[in-house]
Design a protein around this ligand. Structure first.
Ligand code: PLP
Length: 396
């Protein structure tokens, strides 16, 4: 007798592997000391949330009617919060959103889930560009959709548009892009986005139905060198934006984000209604109320991006000097390094000997590479470099 769902078994097994890695990190930290272990494995922001967050929480708790502050609201979220975010987006990106175009969500993860719940019929295909955040596969499967992978262009890690074009067919319902990108740190350029939009417009006509572009953007505010991160609703009308404050305000545990469904989108009203109801019936009901109010008031606040930038430069320069190969990242807080060994898992294992923890590229559907998260202390970056030097000596 199956105590748990057959569908859950692969996830349970995979989770044990993730937990094993986490426990290995803890074991090394207990053995050698917290500061002697260079844990580049998780994307948990180390830069604190801006002051506005704490000040607003205190002010709300002290001064707002607790019945309203902690109460249920529309499943889409507080109207004033959605209005304030819509206005902020319109100011920054020249868009024309109203409160009704936004649904507050329990982070980007939940935003993607309500979007897929709203859009997908069994067998509908969702295209994704490798490497990618592997949870996308689980989210699409939650609604019996089929994830279709486009192979990576490892020279630039911009999306492989020729292959993309060949994978679109009548079953294609949506495409996910993630910009700035986890795990490579690459920012998709305006030129890339224009080409992608042109392909989608042509293919929508060919297949005779909308193909939704889902822009997953939890790293939008983490961009360096003054690079522009294009706002995709301006390039392609059938775009849904999924945003999160997990990284932009360092609030991953608070679970807060939103989805934007513009008026221009084909079937906009219906999709907004479906996604709003999805929030309720998937069990989130609504995004947490207190933190909704906080982000609504902190629309102009930002984390200290320079901290990540210094880490990025130091780690990138340090590693490339040692002979490691890597595309220079311009966003997020990740570095995607080419493995000097054929099987990158050997690289991951070899690094552990120097107390360096990193994630195999096969966890992002891109073997042959490893991901380093540089959302760690600057000292940790500095102190890791001599260890990377020993690792390089062993492997090159
Ligand atoms: N999408 C990408 C690309 C991510 O890297 C993450 C988290 O790391 C998420 C979505 C989920 O973010 P959230 O914490 O907002 O649910």
């Amino acid at each position: 007798y199956n105590m748990i769902s057959e569908r859950m078994k692969p996830y349970v097994n995979n989770n044990s592997a993730i937990r094993a890695m986490f426990e290995e990190g803890n074991r090394l930290k207990a053995l050698y000391g917290e500061d002697k272990v260079f844990d580049f494995s998780i994307g948990n922001p180390n830069v604190p949330a801006p002051d506005c967050v704490q000040e607003t929480i205190i002010d709300l708790v002290k001064n707002m009617d607790p019945v309203v502050l902690h109460g249920y609201m529309n499943n889409a979220g507080f109207e004033d919060v959605r209005q304030s975010i819509a206005e902020s987006l319109n100011r920054r990106f020249g868009t024309n959103f109203a409160a009704k175009n936004l649904i507050m969500t329990v982070g980007a993860a939940s935003g993607l889930n309500i979007t897929f719940k709203a859009l997908l019929n069994p067998g509908d295909e969702v295209i994704v560009f490798a490497p990618y955040f592997l949870e996308y596969g689980a989210y699409v499967k939650n609604y019996d959709g089929v994830l279709v992978e486009v192979s990576p262009d490892t020279s630039t890690f911009q999306p492989n548009l020729e292959e993309f074009k060949s994978k679109i067919n009548e079953k294609t319902k949506a495409v996910i892009v993630n910009n700035p990108h986890n795990p490579t740190g690459v920012v998709y350029s305006e030129d890339t986005i224009k080409k992608l939009a042109a392909i989608l417009e042509e293919k929508e006509k060919e297949v005779g139905h909308p193909i939704y572009l889902i822009s997953d953007e939890p790293y939008r505010e983490l961009a360096y060198d003054g690079v522009e991160v294009p706002y995709l609703t301006k390039y392609y009308k059938d775009t849904i934006v999924g945003y999160s404050y997990s990284k932009s305000l360092s609030l991953p545990g608070e679970r807060i984000g939103y989805v934007v469904i513009p008026d221009e989108l084909d079937g906009s009203d219906e999709v907004i209604q479906a996604a709003t109801i999805a929030n309720r019936i998937l069990g989130s009901v609504n995004a947490p109320s207190l933190i909704q109010k906080v982000v609504g008031r902190c629309v102009d606040a930002a984390v200290n991006v320079e901290y990540y930038d210094r880490n990025r430069k130091t780690l990138y320069e340090g590693l490339t000097k040692l002979g490691f190969e890597c595309v220079k990242p311009q966003g997020a807080f990740y570095l995607f390094v080419k493995s000097p060994t054929k099987d990158e898992k050997e690289f991951v294992e070899a690094a552990k000997k120097y107390n360096i923890l990193m994630v195999a590229g096969s966890s992002f559907a891109c073997p042959g590479y490893v991901r380093l998260s540089y959302c760690v202390s600057y000292e940790s970056i500095q102190n890791s470099l001599p260890e990377f030097a020993k690792l390089a000596k062993e492997l090159f």
